[in-house]
Design a protein around this ligand. Structure first.
Ligand SMILES: Nc1ncnc2c1ncn2[C@@H]1O[C@H](COP(=O)(O)OP(=O)(O)OP(=O)(O)O)[C@@H](O)[C@H]1O
Ligand SMILES: [Mg+2]
Length: 332
């Protein structure tokens, strides 16, 4: 039996213990005790090294992540090029479609449990429902040999708002309303035309493109917590950005996303998670803009402002004008 896994040149801890990669802890313990009796010398050292990793839940998870990492591999018709994101459970990569060289984004969770598979299958179904040039289109969902699945989607080559704020500092009020206007515009499409609630709006999931003449475009990614119908329940929530109804596992409404939009605006303006937690806008935020966002931050979802058949967009524009941040359509 090979002692290292071919793709990653990692020690084959599971092979050394003669157990499957999905073996439970008691099975691993029993295998170790049995093999201890018959193993000697260098092989005994390797056995001990492997057991030290597999008996510790954190060390095993870290090893599984590296072992099942897609870096440099071929997945279906796609080649994995580089890792672009690392979440609590999975990794996101930039890849290419081998025949055409088309860039793609590949999301993979290196754990074959039924729940994890369902997470990526769910995200695939949400993406398959939508079709907008500023959202990641769904290309494919592929079953891999190890039982995991990979989601292949359109690659949007722009930095996240979180990264921009980390690198260049908080955004101005003008920049912020330009970004938020583009996000709200996407939400009108998602909520109004598709009945989809995004469920995870935060600075990591908004990609920003700075174009010529002050024109900014924004893109929304990561639909894993998306809800396919208003009133549905999200699979999880995002700390500091999700409204109480989502944290409580309650019905998600369009207003749930609007709450997260206002939280995101505070982060864009301050770069501070503490400010996000206590809804603290910078002192110099124009009052009409602050009032607009405050109405989206109302805790009770039924009191919070909603789309009100498009009047919310009118109020947003009115707040921009009253704040001296009016859209300049000729330049934009
Ligand atoms: N289609 C895409 N094109 C370009 N970059 C993307 C795309 N999708 C995601 N990204 C980038 O990869 C990062 C990680 O993706 P994503 O948020 O979906 O995964 P995650 O954080 O691991 O999972 P989750 O947010 O569901 O817990 C995003 O924050 C974003 O910067
Ligand atoms: Mg994410």
């Amino acid at each position: 039996m090979a002692d290292i896994t071919a793709a990653d040149h990692l020690p084959d801890h599971y092979g050394r213990l003669q157990v499957s990669p999905v073996a439970s802890q008691p099975v691993i313990d029993a295998a170790y005790q049995t093999l201890l009796r018959t193993t000697r010398g260098e092989r005994l050292e390797r056995l001990r090294e492997s057991y030290a990793v597999l008996r510790d839940a954190d060390a095993r998870r870290a090893y599984d992540n590296r072992r099942n990492c897609l870096g440099g591999k071929v997945v279906g018709d796609y080649e994995v090029i580089e890792k672009i994101g690392e979440g609590q459970f999975g990794q996101t990569y930039r890849g290419i479609h081998i025949l055409t060289g088309t860039p793609v984004c590949i999301k993979h969770i290196p754990d074959a449990s039924a729940e994890t598979r369902e997470d990526l299958l769910h995200e695939s179904k949400v993406l398959a429902r939508i079709n907008h040039h500023r959202l990641p289109g769904w290309y494919n969902t592929i079953q891999l040999d190890d039982g995991t699945v990979a989601l292949i989607m359109k690659y949007l080559p722009y930095p996240s708002l979180a990264k921009i704020v980390a690198t260049d500092g908080p955004r101005t009020a003008l920049d912020t309303v330009r970004i938020i206007e583009r996000v709200m515009n996407l939400l009108m499409y998602l909520h109004g035309e598709k009945g989809v609630i995004h469920g995870a709006i935060n600075p990591d999931h908004i990609l920003v493109e700075y174009k010529n003449a002050g024109w900014i475009d924004a893109y929304l990614v990561s639909f894993g917590l998306g809800v396919l119908e208003p009133g549905g329940v999200s699979r999880d929530f995002v700390k500091y950005y999700s409204p109480q109804e989502q944290v409580d596992g309650g019905a998600m409404l369009p207003e749930s996303d609007l709450y997260s939009v206002a939280k995101t605006a505070i982060f864009a303006l301050t770069g501070s998670i503490e400010a996000v937690m206590i809804n603290q806008f910078p002192e110099d935020t124009p009052e009409p803009m602050r009032r607009f966002f405050d109405a989206l931050l109302i805790e009770d979802v039924y009191d919070r402002h909603d789309w009100d058949s498009g009047a919310l967009m009118e109020r947003f524009t009115a707040a921009r004008v009253a704040s001296g941040l009016a859209p300049v359509y000729s330049a934009e």
